[in-house]
Design a protein around this ligand. Structure first.
Ligand code: ADP
Ligand code: MG
Length: 726
């Protein structure tokens, strides 16, 4: 046993050995594992009567309603498959407004006159009725009418989640109130995809595409995360309960040597990654990339892109598997946006595009002028959308945790702008002047029918500081937080682009109806759009002070934190937009406003309480003990007739620092005890304006004591230990 919990943790790390060969690719090939836990097309085809399979497939591919008559057959096949693979229970999994996933398990067993039978009906597959009263509804539902229901989403396949004793059949669902309002994140996402599809189809029809039946948004999310040893994790109340450290002095070595990014991956971490990837592969998540990230002990995992609905479900699954696999390797996976102050936090790069059901990427510049024109129309729609509704997009990524990251010169600032890259930017500028005739890098554009150019596929250059960057054939939204459910950001993105596509389609349709050639109509419209909205384009360094000043001059909003963003949820333009495309009802938006405000308040309140607890019950006692030791030794020296001014100085410094801690702690406790009058938003505001600053003061005093106290008395695992013990 060490002298304290921290030394015990170090002892545990040194002495524990983990089984690092839980998966062995010499014996199992990943490609043979893909989607074996999923009731996918292959399983459906094998197990369903042909007409049932056909009907189900149509539902899945085109989002058409499922014929209830076939539901029993689908449910039965699903159940047989699940039970053969060790399942005892099924669950309707949904994504409540907490941002996590939720599930309640029901057994397949049903009593009948012939004893107990394993059953699963179409009705049970299609609809569930969990008690919704304990999920946030923001006033959408009073507790006395607690019923909510879950509705099967056939476009996201059911899968088996293994546990040590067997397996559970997981059915992805939407979560609605009894009166039909969305209580979850999936429903609005699906609605936004519908909205975008309808408008995008109008555009591609103008270009003569009568083949595609649907346009999907596609998404590939890159997930950053930290791994620290579990022994440390459990010795830090702040990590355990708030997901981030609320204290911690700067370590002697941080990320300044830049030796971590793409560096060699430690063995234990690599073994962990191998198991995560195997699990995810079996669950049908197309994981692709892994590497070390910039901060010490920070890593990244990225899948291949999929349609946004599936990608969102798979992203939630990825976070879950990352977290639960860590335990087996004695690790804790931190998904928080800013677990450690002073070193980079974690984000989730959200790569986004639009694609037809026959697989044409609408943001791919293509090879011919014709494709170029269509690409430029879609591209201008995105530019216009971000310019008009940048604040709504900013709101969609706001959270107490992400506030620590945005604008901290490690992630994009809170100002939303678009990076196009030199070439595309040059073309956009030429179109604004009345037509593009040459590329920046020499050579002539193919002009042909129109004066719209032939575009090179790869824009080439990169800009890591931009929140929203064109990267060759997709946009990369980089401001999303690492712990967020990506549904929120993508719902807004789809909705605002749908609005611009609607605007453009109407204009072009009218012009064509009036006898104008499509290309002429495009050449009239695009320069206008660019003139009006080019203020959103910025290709320089987004971290610089100049950009902040320039953005202000351009009138771009700079919503610095969550509380600044909250009013955007219910501002008239937001409501008008999101209700027009039936993505949210006004009532649903009002409820989100309340839920997001309450989430913020609860998060900061928990952090405030934890800060006070750690300061009072861990740091202060250690400080007083050390003070006592130093005082005792000083008295002993004095009585031995030895003069030691340095030791007296130390004692004074210690007493001063402890007093500072006590004083700031008293202020924090005072603001925590004070409850703001008024609605959910005023509470959130009080948290930002009173509690957060008081927490920062306590932390400063605590971190100072960390640098002063005897190492054996310090009660919390330090940054140095947590970030560098691998
Ligand atoms: P990085 O941005 O780190 O260089 P990549 O260029 O490899 O990484 O791509 C990052 C992510 O973008 C991957 O998940 C990839 O599947 C995804 N992606 C590629 N094309 C598209 C697309 N058309 N729509 C959405 N995501 C895409
Ligand atoms: Mg990227």
């Amino acid at each position: 046993m060490g002298a304290n919990v921290r030394q015990d943790a170090i002892e545990g790390i040194v002495s524990t050995r983990y089984a690092l060969n839980r998966v062995d690719f010499r014996k199992t090939h990943l490609k043979d594992q893909f989607a074996i836990q999923v009731f996918n097309e292959h399983q459906q085809r094998q197990r369903l009567p042909k007409p049932v399979f056909k009907a189900l497939h149509k539902t899945i591919k085109l989002g058409q309603p499922l014929d209830p008559a076939i539901a029993d057959a689908v449910a039965n096949a699903m159940k047989d498959w699940a039970i053969e693979n060790g399942a005892t229970h099924y669950t309707h999994q949904f994504q409540p407004m907490t941002g996590l996933t939720a599930e309640k398990h029901d057994s397949f067993l049903n009593p009948s006159s012939n004893g107990i039978l394993a059953e699963f009906s179409g009705k049970e597959l299609i609809k569930g009725e969990p008690d919704a009263s304990s999920f946030p509804s923001g006033g959408l539902r009073a507790t006395f009418e607690a019923r909510g229901y879950t509705a099967w989403d056939p476009s996201s396949p059911a899968y088996l989640m293994d546990h040590p004793n067997g397996s559970t059949l997981v059915i992805p669902t939407a979560f609605l109130s009894w009166t039909g309002e969305a209580l979850d994140k999936k429903t609005p996402l699906l609605r936004s995809m519908e909205a975008l599809s309808a408008q995008a189809l109008r555009i591609i029809r103008l270009f003569g595409n009568n083949e595609a039946q649907k346009v999907f948004t596609t998404m590939g999310p890159e997930q950053e995360y930290f791994l620290i040893d579990k022994h440390f994790y459990y010795a830090r109340p702040d990590l355990l309960h708030a997901g981030r450290t609320l204290f911690g002095a700067k370590p002697p070595k941080g990320q300044e040597l830049e030796d971590q990014y793409f560096g060699a991956i430690p063995e234990r971490v690599l073994a962990y990654m191998a198991e995560v990837e195997t699990e995810l592969t079996r669950l049908g998540v197309p994981v692709k990339t892994r590497h070390n990230e910039v901060a010490p002990s920070q890593y990244e995992i990225a899948p291949l892109f999929e349609n946004s609905n599936l990608a969102t479900d798979h992203q939630n699954l990825t976070m879950e598997v990352l977290k639960r696999t860590a335990d087996k390797y004695g690790l804790a996976c931190l998904l928080h946006e800013k677990p450690f102050a002073g070193i980079n936090g974690s984000g989730k790069h959200n790569n986004w595009s639009m694609s037809t059901d026959v697989g044409e990427n609408l943001l791919d510049p293509g090879q011919t002028p014709h494709e170029n024109a269509q690409f430029l129309v879609f591209c201008c729609a995105v530019i216009r959308a971000i310019s008009r509704y940048g604040d709504v997009l900013r709101m969609a990524i706001a959270s107490a945790a992400n506030d620590h990251r945005l604008g901290a010169n490690e992630a994009p600032p809170a100002i939303i702008s678009i990076f196009l890259g030199d070439q595309l930017n040059d073309i956009i500028e030429q179109i604004e002047q009345g037509g593009a005739k040459s590329t920046k890098h020499g050579g002539l554009f193919e002009t042909g029918l129109s004066i719209l150019p032939k575009l090179p596929r790869d824009a080439g250059d990169r800009n890591r500081t931009s929140p929203f960057a064109f990267t060759g054939n997709k946009f990369e939204f980089r401001a999303v937080g690492s712990s967020a459910n990506i549904a929120g950001a993508n719902t807004v993105l789809n909705a605002i682009v749908a609005e611009s596509l609607d605007f453009i389609a109407s204009d072009l349709e009218n012009a064509v109806k009036g006898g104008k050639a499509l290309n002429a109509a495009i050449q009239d419209l695009l320069p206008k759009i660019i003139k009006e909205h080019k203020k959103i384009i910025f290709n320089g360094d987004n971290y610089s002070e100049e950009w902040h000043r320039e953005a202000e001059k351009r009138g771009l909003p700079n919503l610095k934190n969550t509380v600044d963003c909250l009013p955007v949820v219910v501002k008239p333009q937001t409501i008008e937009l999101l209700t027009r495309y039936k993505v949210y009802s006004e009532k649903e938006l009002q409820s989100r406003y309340v839920i997001l405000s309450e989430n913020y308040t609860k998060t900061i309140n928990i952090e405030g309480q934890l800060t006070a607890h750690i300061a009072r019950n861990l740091i202060l006692p250690a400080a007083i003990r050390y003070q006592g030791e130093v005082a005792q030794s000083a008295t002993a020296l004095k009585s031995a007739g030895i003069d030691n001014p340095a030791q007296m100085e130390l004692l004074k410094t210690l007493v001063g620092a402890s007093a500072e801690l006590q004083k700031s702690l008293a202020s924090l406790e005072k603001v925590l005890a004070h409850h703001a009058e008024g609605d959910a938003f005023s509470h959130a505001k009080q948290m930002r304006d009173s509690v957060l600053p008081a927490m920062i003061e306590v932390r400063k005093a605590g971190d100072k004591l960390e640098s002063l106290l005897a190492d054996d008395l310090w009660p919390l695992p330090t940054y140095r230990e947590m970030l560098f013990s691998k």
